[in-house]
Write a protein of this length. Structure first.
Lengths: 460, 271
């Protein structure tokens, strides 16, 4: 393959780091067709096997090459109902693009960018298949409106069920709304995808916390839902457990990102929820959440934003593109530092003390283990954002003692079936914090299991 | 949308609203709270569920910051954009015989459902209630329905003694012994009550009101350190046994956005 990858236009780094508009601007039709022509259309496509939902990638790319964007969309849509979202946020380098044969000698085909192009085209042109839904008048309940819940809802709706989604927050979309920032995933894209589900006839109910407003037991036995899907995600922030962690100026990423994304604190005082981080911000962690927090902090005007990560650059779990974008935007990466204590004055944080680490042997994750050196360095900070992971929210478990979870609070399932008859689960609440596409895939599969379960009830 | 069924002005600073929210009312218990958003871009504000029936919930709020002032502009017949709940743990009602409630200002609202529950279960209940002026002593008539004795304290002496609730408590403790005190009000008042009660060996429960966003344990904004351990007030509380609470840290956390609050009030409310 001689031709280089078609580059997606982006906002210039110095411009974009002062605004919240989307960074990557997307392909034009010409760009997309050009990039599509790099695909070798392999007989045994490794990309399809590497895609968690097995999109027929060579087929949609072939259709795109022939400028038949509409067919390309329906090809993707069979396997993935949220292409405009997944095209933007999937870790393609670890999935389809990582397996692409072209990638052996050159850069792999930009499958994510193509998927996004097709997804955006479908939204802009309001493409939807004329689906005829034959109502079966059986009610199912979906807990949580993140990718897992949305995928499950749409699949069940297509089978004719009356589908009610219950969401704890005042907006729908889960992490897609409160976690992933606007500059990476515009909220109107999320809303449009949700509107498509609404048009199919899925009922959305905001401000309903299952386990509090109404319990699983009440849903099953008082409200006559035949089955329930739990897609409540992994919303509980992990703590470092360090001295000084509750000083002011120390945020968990969830709080910081929710203030900005869901509550629009970047528009304060035009919106009433504020956020304050000062000029020197230490973001702790190396995943997508950390990158999002750091880049958001930069956009709020912090002069000096740095990552503190206890491993090396190669070990960062974040999407590659986000790491590149963060570097371009002037985020500093302080590697091999492990925070051990926050210090402050009058309950306000002003320093973080870190142990300097060095690389040891490979660990189970295939990365070199960070080893303590007994040497320390202290950084002056005005605030810190802890982004080291999330686990499932314990509300459902507390309200439903018979729901079996593991020692990390994850719901235990067998083929998406939980320990309670008629109650299914999938997404981050089962896997722990993972990815949009895996959550979506789980929601879709669970729908199949739920349908089988409900049908089996009738045979008895 | 959630309709305002009734609005009542309790005094110049404090108002009551009854709101239609059947899914909040359905499972509500004493000690639970809810979160409202007044309008489309509104802040999420936590408020105690003071009373409820099968369909409606009653809240009491002080017009203190921007969002509560905005709320106060709504009238019966208007609607709120969002109401979600019931949130938090229900009050842990202990098996005790004599309970003293200590309420400061609008703290009388969250105290009410708890204290009433104790009375309902047969405990002998007294109340010390404090406020700026006589007018600021809210829910007095309702409290008198189940309290044996109600003592008042006001800053200006317009009702009861002139001074703090802790001064009244100090006098009351000379004559009576309580198994439990429940103190709810400004953090500084709760802190001082706890110090006093420790001196008299009276266990104290408090209800905390840190800044919250989601109210479901997702953000960690509502963190409070208790005996060196981190708790989330929205899911582990808001009621806690007072022993070991780091009130000073909590006060600092609560004041973190005071500057922004002043700014938005000046900018958007002073016309
Ligand atoms: C900042 C950030 C950046 C990320 N970046 C990426 C990325 O680039 N690529 C990628 O693939 N993945 C990314 N992820 C991970 C991805 O977002 C999640 O894996 C995915 O959203 C999980 O989907 P879900 O449906 O299981 O849960 P969620 O998206 O968490 O949705 C769960 C929903 O359930 C609601 N809920 C919870 N409890 C209840 C209840 N009791 N009653 C009612 N509703 C309830 C929640 O409010 C929430 O809306 C990121 C995550 C974060 C936090
Ligand atoms: S308010 Fe967000 S965790 Fe308590």
């Amino acid at each position: 393959m001689k031709r280089d990858r078609t580059v997606m236009p982006v906002q210039e780094a110095d411009v974009r780091s002062t605004n919240f508009l989307e960074v990557a601007l997307g392909y034009s039709l010409d760009d997309a067709v050009l990039e599509a022509s790099r695909c070798l259309d392999c007989k045994i496509p490794r990309c399809v096997a590497a895609c968690p939902v097995n999109i027929d990638i060579p087929l949609f790319i072939r259709e795109l090459k022939g400028k038949d964007v509409e067919s390309a969309y329906f090809t993707i849509n069979k396997a993935n109902i949220l292409p405009a979202i997944c095209g933007r946020v999937c870790p393609q380098e670890k999935q389809c693009e990582g397996a692409c044969i072209v990638g052996i000698k050159a850069k792999p085909v930009s499958i994510g960018a193509l998927e996004r192009f097709v997804g955006d085209y479908a939204l802009e042109n309001k493409l939807s298949s004329d689906e005829i839904i034959i109502e079966n008048n059986k009610k199912v309940a979906i807990v949580g409106s993140g990718p897992a819940g949305l995928a499950c809802a749409v699949s069940l709706r297509r089978l004719g069920y009356t589908v009610d989604i219950f969401e704890a927050l005042h907006e729908f979309g889960g992490v897609l709304k409160y976690g992933i920032p606007e500059f990476r995933l515009p909220k109107n894209v999320v809303d449009e995808e949700i509107n498509k589900a609404r048009k199919l006839g899925v009922n959305f109910h905001k401000n309903v916390i299952i386990g509090k407003s109404i319990t699983i037991d009440q849903l099953l036995h008082e409200e006559n839902y035949k089955a329930i899907f739990l897609g409540s995600g992994a919303g509980l922030p992990s703590a470092l457990g360090l001295a000084g962690e509750n000083l002011t100026g120390i945020y968990y990423a969830n709080e910081f990102l929710t203030r900005v994304n869901l509550m629009k604190a970047n528009s304060f005082p035009n919106t009433p929820t504020p956020v304050r981080i000062g000029s020197n911000v230490a973001v702790i962690g190396g995943g997508n959440v950390a990158m999002d927090a750091a880049r958001t902090a930069k956009r709020l005007g912090a002069k000096n934003v740095f990552i503190l990560y206890r491993r090396d650059m190669d070990s960062l779990p974040a999407r590659l593109e986000e790491v590149h974008h963060a570097i371009e935007e002037g985020i500093t990466f302080n590697l091999l530092y492990n925070p051990v204590e926050f210090k402050g004055r009058d309950y306000k944080v002003n320093r973080v003390k870190c142990e300097i680490m060095e690389l040891g042997e490979m660990d189970d994750s295939g990365r070199r283990r960070p080893m303590p050196t007994g040497k320390y360095k202290t950084f002056n900070i005005t605030s810190s954002i802890i982004s080291i992971g999330q686990s499932p929210n314990p509300i459902l478990k507390k309200a439903t003692p018979e729901l079996v979870v593991d020692n990390r609070g994850r719901i235990v399932v067998d083929h998406h079936q939980t320990s309670i008859d008629g109650v299914f689960a999938g997404g981050d609440v089962v896997s722990g914090a993972a990815t949009v596409i895996l959550a979506m895939g789980a929601g879709k599969e669970a729908a199949v299991a739920m349908n089988e379960y409900i049908e089996s009830l009738e045979i008895d | 949308m959630y309709k305002i069924i009734r609005k009542e002005i309790l005094n110049v600073d404090v108002e009551l609203m009854e709101i239609e929210a059947p899914l909040v009312a359905r499972n509500a218990l004493p000690g639970n709270f809810l979160i409202i958003r007044v309008d489309e871009d509104g802040e999420r504000i936590p408020l105690t569920i003071v009373e409820h029936d099968l369909k409606n919930v009653t809240i009491i709020y002080q017009k203190l910051g921007y969002s509560t002032k905005l709320l106060s502009q709504k009238e019966a017949g208007d609607s709120l954009f969002d109401v979600v709940g019931p949130l938090g743990q229900a009050s842990h009602i202990r098996d005790v015989k004599r309970v003293l409630g200590i309420a400061g200002g609008v703290g009388a609202a969250p105290l009410y459902p708890q204290l009433k529950e104790y009375a309902k279960r047969g405990a002998k209940v007294d109340l010390i209630i404090g406020g700026r002026t006589k007018e600021h002593l809210i829910l007095l008539d309702k409290y008198k329905e189940f309290c044996d004795t109600v003592y008042c304290a006001t800053d200006d002496g317009s009702s009861g003694i002139k001074g703090f609730v802790t001064q009244v408590a100090e006098i009351v403790y000379q004559n009576y012994k309580y198994d439990l005190a429940i103190a709810i009000g400004p953090l500084i008042m709760m802190k001082n009550c706890v110090i006093l009660n420790e001196k008299y060996d009276i266990e104290t429960d408090v209800s905390l009101n840190p800044i919250m966003i989601d109210g479901t344990g997702m953000c960690g904004n509502c963190r409070v350190t208790i005996n060196g351990e981190t708790k989330f007030a929205c899911v582990d509380g808001p009621d806690f046994p007072a022993k070991g609470i780091d009130f000073d840290e909590l006060m600092a956390r609560q004041k973190y956005y005071n500057h922004e609050e002043d700014h938005i009030c000046k900018m958007k409310l002073s016309k």
